[in-house]
Ligand binder design. Structure first.
Ligand code: FAD
Ligand code: FES
Length: 278
């Protein structure tokens, strides 16, 4: 976590899957990346399966998909990724087994930066957005208590990936019955001398942004948008900021909350768009 971003080598490289584990609704893949630099917390990779990545009957090959790095243990070539099966690309990645290969490009984008002044880091995650907070906790904030929100108990199993998390679930099946933003509000009411580090779905990030703005608390938000290339060429990932549009893959995915008037949901895919043509 420095002001200098870690740059990806040119091109895609193959990395063997070394292990796979299930955490409730999520799959974690470990793979050996012997050809790339170590990533910073908040950076991401474009991933695809080396085999059967689209191209089946009636399909064209899929584009790579964007994934935050979950963990990158020091002194090891290992990279870990957290995968939620929400469509054909994530389904294929989630079924990979030890010995299969992924193709990856990265590390990409700008990660998190240290807290301002002497503020205490406060980590807030929702769903699969917990991924960049695990490496953040590993690399810099081992004592930070993460506040994590999930839709139900099966997804809340992902909280085991971080240390000492406080949990909220939409259905009340684990932890606080309600939204993680309610845990944040209570925490900020208790002590607002913090800097918030957040990643999650747009509605959650917007609630975090609003609450931090209201209390004058600085926040770094890891956003998502549809990404086709991951390195600035396609302009598919632009988001509107107070200063104009920016490409999330180059100038994000971590953005200072002050730059945003609102965190808006990514636009719906046009009718007829399929994994084959986006
Ligand atoms: C920087 C970044 C980091 C990410 N990190 C992770 C991660 O650690 N783990 C993980 O499981 N996923 C992560 N994602 C999301 C992941 O890239 C998408 O879920 C994946 O591309 C979906 O591909 P698919 O073929 O499975 O589903 P698709 O059929 O392509 O998409 C399934 C549904 O999700 C929507 N969708 C697809 N991509 C996005 C997106 N980027 N933002 C919002 N909605 C989307 C589609 O419109 C569709 O409704 C990240 C995305 C970004 C941009
Ligand atoms: S994903 Fe292509 S420019 Fe950002």
């Amino acid at each position: 976590m420095t002001d200098e971003r870690t740059l990806a080598p040119f091109g895609r490289r193959a990395a063997a899957v070394t292990w796979r584990a299930r955490y409730g609704a999520y799959v974690v893949l470990g793979c050996a990346d012997t050809g790339g630099p170590r990533p910073q917390a908040g950076q991401f990779y474009m991933l695809s399966a080396a085999e059967r990545w689209g191209g089946g009957e009636g399909e064209r090959p899929f584009l790579p998909r964007a994934f935050s790095v979950l963990r990158a243990p020091a002194g090891s070539p290992e990279l870990e990724f957290l995968v939620e099966d929400v469509g054909p690309g994530t389904k294929r990645l989630a079924e990979l087994r030890e010995g299969d290969e992924v193709l990856l490009t990265g590390p990409l984008g700008v990660g998190f930066t240290p807290p301002r002044e002497t503020r205490r880091p406060l980590l807030v995650g929702g769903g699969v957005g917990i991924a960049p907070l695990a490496i953040l906790q590993d690399q810099l904030f081992p004592n930070a208590v993460p506040l994590l929100g999930f839709r139900d108990g099966a997804h809340a199993a992902g909280a085991e990936l971080l240390i000492g998390a406080r949990i909220a679930t939409d259905d009340g099946s684990a932890g606080h019955h309600g939204l993680v933003s309610e845990l944040l509000e209570a925490e900020l009411a208790r002590d607002s001398d913090v800097e918030v580090y957040a990643c999650g779905p747009p509605a959650m990030l917007e609630a975090v942004r609003r609450e931090c703005e209201r209390r004058g608390v600085p926040a770094q938000l890891a956003l998502e948008s549809g990404m086709a290339c991951g390195f600035g060429a396609c302009f598919g990932c632009v988001v509107a900021t107070r200063g104009g549009y920016l490409r999330l893959c180059l100038e994000g995915p971590v953005i200072d909350a002050n730059q945003l008037a609102e965190v808006s949901a990514p636009e719906k895919q046009p009718a007829g768009a399929t994994p084959a043509n986006r």
